[in-house]
Design a protein around this ligand. Structure first.
Ligand code: NOJ
Ligand code: CA
Length: 653
């Protein structure tokens, strides 16, 4: 029997009218649904909450008020993949009353590239409660193809993506990407602060309805909240196809404006690091004969950076605490963030860097010991302040924070936010590894510049599981990258690093390693390889030239897990850069340069896969060429297996 008709669906169209979101109180339940180009994408889906210590808010509602409004502004990113972002939406705010009089408010914002909604919980800030379940559902209209990583696993976000039918999904992290006939979708969240991360779980006896599954505290509480709390935005990215999905600005638009004001100290840059040497087993983080972070090596890296116009040098393993056996296991070592290793002289290194105009990128490994890290945080930031260090890479290696809490639960979110704000107050930018997932907070706190939260290049260097598959980097732009910048660390030039890592491989050609600088956006990009492997290689010119701060970015073509082509315009010149890459399949792509300024000539420096290049047998073969092009030129890109192409387009005149 068909359910009784709702009293009234309040519909909110997107500004271009292609997307429609509807809300109703239907038989006492708060429900929404959505359609795109006239076809349902999400069917009637429940909203609400259960509490540990209060009656649920999951039915018996009456609608008290429904107010519409619209927004249309343009805002500027201090740094980013886009300078200007248009924030245009049609909005609906509803107030519901539960049977006992409590008020639940829900706000919807519907953009052309998707929609978001969030709840404002009843009560006053002094009224504390525990959320035992958020009941938000996503009842997908079809059994879409899905791309996902599982939730609640030991390596957290550091998995390769699985592809399956939606119906095969059990419990997944977000962004969760879906594709169907004429539509690509992703579920994610925006503005995650004082709450737990939202994972998604298939509800019992269903094959296409996922429900919010908030990462719990170790005692099972989901969120310890208070009255008036605004939840993070539940976001649904909607586009015609995967390439358009990758161009979405929805997550940033659902975040609050910049609270830090002028942030010129949060500088986009390229950096190199005392890093890859440890991952490939040449150096160690811990003290000893092969210690990586020595004063001498730091100075050599600084010299290399200065000579090549690379702004920063990351130094890992510079401090005390790395010497416990298996420092990476939970609770095995205590990292001291203000004491240097015996063979590392911070005064000398900082002075050397300053004289050569090179920025030191600091490093805080916490070993997931958050409580201890927070007690050290202020002196640790003050320590780096004293040396003029304005960017720190952080890390939370371990499976549980303080041995007990999930790295995406409320404890993680709140302690991470403390670090963001403490660093901001000292004018320090951060790039966390093993982070809480990105939900666009860089708009509000632009000192959170980049983060990991994916299986990065490090897995190719030293992971016992031998590394990533060749399609990984062709999946990331449509999944992980929807959440924000990624500190992937591209730029391997030496593919023969096997003396200590006989089974590891970089599943990529050299040209693809260059393309990653364009495809995988980060305002801070670490050229990962050892400096000696860059010396004398003409392909290094691309790394020196590629910017990390953009005026405009556009994903031009792509198919998830297959290939992608991205173009970006430099923020400080008229030059464009293109990155294209493919999975294991060699392929030819046609690239019309219609994004270039009409009538203008550009000198294209093309870094293509060379004759016979192949990630397995001949990854280093590259063909570098030059030609003049205009917006009417159509380039043929020949990509090798695991290959790619990187193009610098220098505006002439
Ligand atoms: C894991 C991080 O992802 C990696 O970048 C870092 O080198 C190690 N932890 C050590 O902190
Ligand atoms: Ca990591």
């Amino acid at each position: 029997m068909a359910p009784a008709a709702a009293q009234e669906w309040h519909d909110v169209p997107s500004p271009d009218g292609r997307l429609k979101v509807e809300f109703a109180v239907d038989q006492g339940e708060a429900v929404y649904r959505a359609s795109f180009r006239g076809k349902p994408i999400i069917d009637r889906s429940m909203m609400g909450f259960r509490f540990k210590d209060a009656t649920p808010l999951e039915g018996g509602f009456t609608l008290q008020a429904a107010n519409r409004s619209e927004r249309d502004t343009v805002w500027e990113q201090p740094w980013g993949e886009q300078r200007l972002i248009r924030e245009q939406s049609n909005d609906l705010a509803v107030t519901l009353a539960a049977a006992d009089g409590r008020q639940l408010k829900i706000e919807f914002r519907v953009f052309d590239d998707g929609f978001g909604f969030r709840y404002i919980l009843p009560g006053t800030p002094d009224k504390r409660f525990v959320i035992s379940d958020e009941l938000t559902q996503f009842a997908f209209a079809q059994n879409y193809r899905a791309w996902w990583i599982p939730a609640y696993r030991e390596k957290f976000s550091e998995y390769e993506y699985a592809r399956s039918a939606l119906s095969a999904v059990s419990v997944v992290q977000t962004p969760f990407t879906l594709e169907g006939e004429g539509v690509a979708l992703a579920i994610h969240e925006a503005a995650l602060v004082d709450y737990a991360s939202m994972n998604l779980r298939m509800i019992a006896d269903n094959t296409r309805t996922l429900q919010a599954d908030l990462s719990p505290w170790s005692n099972g509480d989901r969120v310890r909240g208070r009255g008036g709390l605004k939840t993070p935005w539940r976001a649904v990215l909607v586009a015609d196809d995967a390439a358009q999905l990758a161009n979405s600005t929805l997550i940033l638009n659902l975040n609050e404006p910049n609270r830090l004001g002028e942030v010129s100290w949060a500088k986009p840059m390229k950096y190199i690091g005392i890093f890859w040497g440890m991952h490939i087993g040449r150096f160690t983080w811990e003290p000893g004969p092969d210690h990586g972070a020595t004063t001498t090596r730091a100075k050599e890296y600084i010299d290399f950076a200065a000579a090549n116009g690379i702004e920063g040098v990351l130094i890992e393993g510079w401090n005390k605490g790395w010497d416990a056996p298996q420092w990476w296991l939970n609770g095995h070592s205590r990292f001291i963030q203000t004491e240097t290793a015996d063979d590392f002289d911070m005064d000398a290194v900082a002075a050397y860097a300053r004289e050569r105009g090179v920025t030191i990128v600091g490093h805080h490994e916490t070993g997931a010991q958050v409580r201890d890290y927070l007690t050290q945080l202020d002196p640790a930031l003050a320590f780096y302040n004293r040396y003029g260090v304005s960017a720190i890479k952080l890390g939370y290696v371990g499976t549980r924070l303080d041995m007990t809490e999930w790295p995406d639960g409320q404890y993680a979110v709140e302690s991470f936010q403390q670090v963001v704000e403490a660093a901001a107050s000292r004018r320090i930018a951060i790039f966390p590894h093993e982070p809480v997932k990105d939900t666009g907070l860089r708009r509000t706190w632009p000192n959170v510049m980049s983060r990991e939260g994916a299986r990065g290049q490090e897995y190719n260097g030293g992971s016992p599981d031998t590394g990533n598959s060749p399609d990984h980097v062709a999946i990331l732009p449509f999944t992980r990258m929807l959440s924000g910048p990624l500190d992937y660390t591209p730029g391997v030039f030496d593919f023969d690093y096997h003396s200590k890592r006989p089974f590891n491989r970089v599943p990529s050609t050299l040209a693809q390693q260059l393309a990653l600088f364009v495809v995988l956006y980060s305002p801070v990009q670490m050229a990962v390889d050892l400096p000696e492997n860059y010396v004398g290689n003409p392909a290094f010119a691309f790394i020196c030239a590629v910017p990390t701060d953009w005026d405009r970015s556009v994903t031009l073509q792509g198919a998830i897990g297959e290939y992608v082509v991205t173009a970006r315009k430099d923020r400080h010149s008229d030059d464009w850069f293109v990155g294209a890459l493919t999975n294991e399949k060699e392929r030819n792509l046609t690239l019309p340069l219609t994004f270039l300024e009409p009538g203008r000539r550009y000198e294209a420096l093309i870094y293509a896969d060379g004759e016979g290049a192949d990630w397995k047998s001949a990854p280093e073969r590259i063909a570098i060429s030059k030609r003049i092009v205009t917006s009417t030129t159509v380039l043929d890109l020949a990509l090798a297996s695991g290959g790619g192409q990187a193009i610098q387009l220098r505006a002439v005149r």
